[in-house]
Design a protein around this ligand. Structure first.
Ligand code: IFG
Length: 525
């Protein structure tokens, strides 16, 4: 070979190596994708599927729900790719080069939320027993594409999906978070934004803490002063706020379209100063209290021996149940230090019956286990394992929300800008390194309906402040709720989490750049 030819050959090899080493160019390895939550099984076949301007999203049959899921995917991919993906219906598999969403006959292993995603160089097939499974497979498709797909402005391609098969299904049916909108009020847009973030990480419950000492946040038409007066302020004396029933209904629908169930909480008999300030008759002495803007707890109680109290509660439950398609209403029950236990027990027994009479099941903080639990009442373990254990002894299921492991309002460490630390400091690894089924020996996996990571808002009042506490820990809770514990370990997870730093940045999430995570250069600085 002449020297010129050998030089050209060498140059060609260098160029080819350079080109193939670009992330978008080399045959991709599906098993190396940094998916959160980690799927149950991934088989890579080492090639890639190209999304092009010829690609469309086909859904099987004419179902509104599948069309909506297809459109959701198109709306997530089109702004950054500008490929103009369209959603079309079909009765059989579409031509090559397209994405196809279809419902399976019955792939028992996948349950109601699982999916099977098969990607070849010619097609993307997403199959599930139920629409929820397709929705979760769509989140996985988003995460297989480069992080910049999450941008809302045109980004440079190529847009390749690594080929292979993912079969995936969640460990727990209840994978949730809680937003305390009572201490500080968060408007509709902030809540919708949080619902989008929950959905992206396959979480499916948003518990809204709608009332407390500092604020009443949901319009109750039969007791208008609850919001007119009780919604007027918040911790620190700010202007507070509330959701009209129309806005609450809008949030419920927005959540439902993303397979997120909203569970409303009206905390009682404690944590009720906003109601007590709004209606004198709810107080035992017949005098309305002052509005409260501090952060003490345990000083308020409804008057449990007045009939008007139960009329009030029944009206609230009736109106809330009518607005809430989900099966649970949360009645709080925590820190009722101003209520005698001999009054607390009959009160919680009676209120459970009222919730059931309005067609809903009861969820409540773990103190409710001191009362008589009605069938289907779920005990939310937050502070005292002995309460949750009492609940199990009464045959109740447990929702795991242990303050020492899962409270999003706990500071990361003593230097954290926001948060409290009465329960613990919870760095990102501590928030990940626990297994709900092994935390309390007497609470077994079969007793647990799932996990919830609550954000109490005493110390945060704006989206960016809340996100500093919520992220990146929420991603770990999402994985704990979805991925079997035997597939989870911190050293492997933290690398996947690090790659989500770029994704969270692209989604404008103000996450805490914990030093325990090997973030990319952009995050570290
Ligand atoms: N405990 C109180 C919350 C909130 C929290 C802050 C529960 C169930 C401390 N009750 O957690 O109202 O003040 O971390």
């Amino acid at each position: 070979m002449t020297s010129t030819k050998s030089k050209n050959f060498a140059l060609a090899c260098i160029v080819l190596t350079a080109v193939l080493s670009q992330p978008g160019c080399k045959p991709t390895d599906l098993s190396k994708e940094n998916l959160i939550p980690k799927p149950v099984s991934v088989t890579a076949t080492g090639s890639s599927f190209d999304l092009t301007d010829q690609t469309d999203i086909y859904v099987q049959g004419e179902s509104e729900e599948l069309l909506r899921i297809g459109q959701y995917l198109a709306d997530k991919l089109n702004p950054s790719t500008e490929l103009g993906l369209e959603v079309k219906t079909t009765t059989e598999a579409p031509a090559t080069g397209n994405i196809f969403l279809s419902l399976a006959a019955n792939d028992a292993e996948l349950g109601n939320e699982g999916y099977e995603l098969t990607i070849t160089d010619k097609s993307v097939n997403l199959v599930a027993n139920k629409p929820a499974g397709l929705f979760y497979g769509v989140q996985t498709i988003r995460q297989i594409l480069p992080a910049k797909v999450e941008m809302t402005t045109k980004q440079k391609g190529p847009w390749k999906l690594a080929t292979g098969t993912i079969r995936d299904t969640p460990a727990y049916g209840y994978r949730g978070s809680m937003l305390d909108v009572a201490r500080h009020f968060f408007g509709v847009d902030d809540v919708k934004n949080f619902i989008d973030q929950l959905a992206y990480y396959k979480m499916n419950v948003l518990h809204l803490h709608l009332s407390d000492d500092q604020g009443w946040r949901i319009e109750i038409k039969s007791w208008p002063n609850l919001t007119a007066h009780g919604g007027k302020t918040e911790v620190g004396g700010g202007e507070g706020g509330f959701y009209t029933q129309e806005q609450y209904t809008e949030l419920v629908k927005y959540a439902q379209d993303r397979f997120v169930t909203i569970i409303p909480e009206i905390d009682m008999p404690g944590h009720t100063n906003a109601a007590l300030a709004s209606y004198p008759e709810l107080n035992c002495d017949g005098k309305a209290t002052e509005l409260y803007t501090g952060i003490e707890v345990g000083f308020s109680t409804l008057c449990t021996n007045k009939e008007v109290t139960y009329q009030f509660i029944d009206d609230v439950i009736r109106e809330l149940a009518a607005l809430t398609p989900g099966e649970y209403l949360h009645i709080g029950g925590d820190e009722s230090h101003a209520t005698k236990i001999e009054d607390y027990i009959p009160f919680m027994n009676r209120v459970q019956d009222m919730v059931i009479a309005h067609g809903k099941k009861v969820l409540a903080w773990d103190e409710i286990a001191l009362a008589t639990l009605k069938p289907n009442t779920v005990v939310q373990y937050w502070a005292k394992a002995e309460n949750a254990i009492k609940g199990v002894a009464q045959g109740a299921k447990v929702l795991m929300a242990p303050a020492k492991s899962a409270y999003l309002d706990m500071q990361y460490d003593s230097t954290s800008t926001y948060g409290l630390h009465w329960a613990a400091y919870i760095e990102v690894d501590k928030g990940y390194n626990w297994d709900p089924a092994n935390l309390v020996p007497e609470i077994k996996k079969e007793n647990i309906i799932g996990i919830e990571a609550p954000l109490w808002s005493e110390t945060v009042g704006a989206r960016q402040e809340a996100e500093y506490l919520i992220f990146p820990r929420l991603l770990g809770y999402a994985e704990i709720g979805w991925t079997p514990s035997e597939l989870r370990n911190w050293d492997e997870y933290k690398v996947r989490l690090a790659s989500h730093g770029e994704r969270m940045r692209m989604m404008n999430i103000n996450f805490y750049p914990s030093k325990l995570v090997p973030w990319d250069g952009q995050t570290k600085k």
